[in-house]
Design a protein. Sequence first.
Length: 339
Amino acid sequence: MSEWCGCPVVDDATSWENAQHILTDAELSDGLPLVPPTRRRLEAMVAGIAGRADSHGMMPPMFGDITPDAVAYQCVIAGCQPAELPVVLAAAEAILEPDFNLLGIATTTGTACVALCVHGPIARKLGINAGTNCLGPGNRANASIGRALQLCIRNIGGARAETGDMATMGQPGKYTFCFAERSDGPFPTLTARRGLGADASAITVMGISGTAEVLPGDGEGATPEAILSPIVEGMRAGIVMSSVHRKNERGEQVFLLPLEMADPEVRPGLERAAQGARASGTPFISFFTPTAILALARDAGFKEVQHVSAAMLDQRYFAGRTDGLRPPNNSEELLVATT
């Protein structure tokens, strides 16, 4: 049997069941079924990738070499498409930054794992879910990209149970944890706040201990106080539960705000507009997501389509104004399409 970066390459004639046995015996399985890594699939994954054997760093805890070829193998068995390899490779390289402390995350007896957020046009191009159930099942890109990164940590980094990974209980996020950030929400995107631009293609990697739901104090989030007060209490609880109050550096806490938590001053207008559209009997559907409207425009025959978000317009035309003039949070979203 041939190999790819020290891992077995399965022949096309090998049955699915035998392929699973081969990969499990090689200690490459995370417990879920794996896509058989045939030579054809592996070559397709790395087609057009330069420097396939170049090292991007050594991944703890066992310090395996992160190369495009090695990461491509994990992408294949995780079910990724070739276009997703650069995202997984970038994430694998990002978690090698010393400040990220992958050695601690990978080897702790606690529940820490790596989460990946993908931003901007690349997230939309790859179809990574940023909307309903974005942290749950149902989207292949979210599941496969996140799983490939976890397999890199396991199979290249060596964080296997009872050897490199010493978690006493672990958590489901170690199977996969990948989602996208919306660019059309009422708040500036994370890439904008980091100085990369309002709609830049980028990734964010996070070491997390799990997820917890924080509900508005009034059950609806009708006021800013009803939304923010429970968040403050949740942050305090997180500090106590994780014992970070005993440490000199507390790190960061991450909150994901769904679209229904939009500015309370804006939300009633959105709801009234939705009711009006339904009541008028107009022959169209309102409130498209950017991904959906771009797809519809392409299906209608437009060759070049672009979504210009309210945040992008704000950044381009209103950033730096000294008079405080800003468009409302529910300002227009534009579709630019050419034939």
